[in-house]
Write a protein that binds this ligand. Sequence first.
Ligand code: DQA
Length: 147
Amino acid sequence: MKILLVNGPSLSLLGTREPSIYGTQTLAQIVEGTARYAASKGVQVDALQSDAEGDIAHALCAARGAYAGVIINPAAYTHTSVAIRDAIAACGLPVVEVHLSNTHRREAFRHASLTAPVCVGQIMGFGAAGYLLAVDALLNVMKTENG
Ligand code: DQA
């Protein structure tokens, strides 16, 4: 079974980007940790990071039929992107939204997520551990959906 892990804009700078908010792990470390954890559960992870809204929407649409589910941190697009929201809804897959920070404790413009309502659920505020929680959440949803 394969899942797709999508990381949005500026997450390529994790490790040095505002570490007091996002932690000190690099994106490569987070992806590797997520893939290792998923592999221990028999699941393969393909990962992509893009700063481009269209690339992310395209990857979500292409995931249909190729993946069993998606974990996504849409980063700033969470708060702005109808295109990514529509692609999540269109892909027909269970999608779990992850944020490193608890966006509700931050600026008001981060409190709304356009993408969360079309995801099966959202995990935030637990730093890099949130990605591992998302693997468990996705597996749980898939188990429930497939009996
Ligand atoms: C983020 C939260 C967003 O508000 C922000 O734009 C990000 C990262 C997080 O993981 O906490 O880039 O998605």
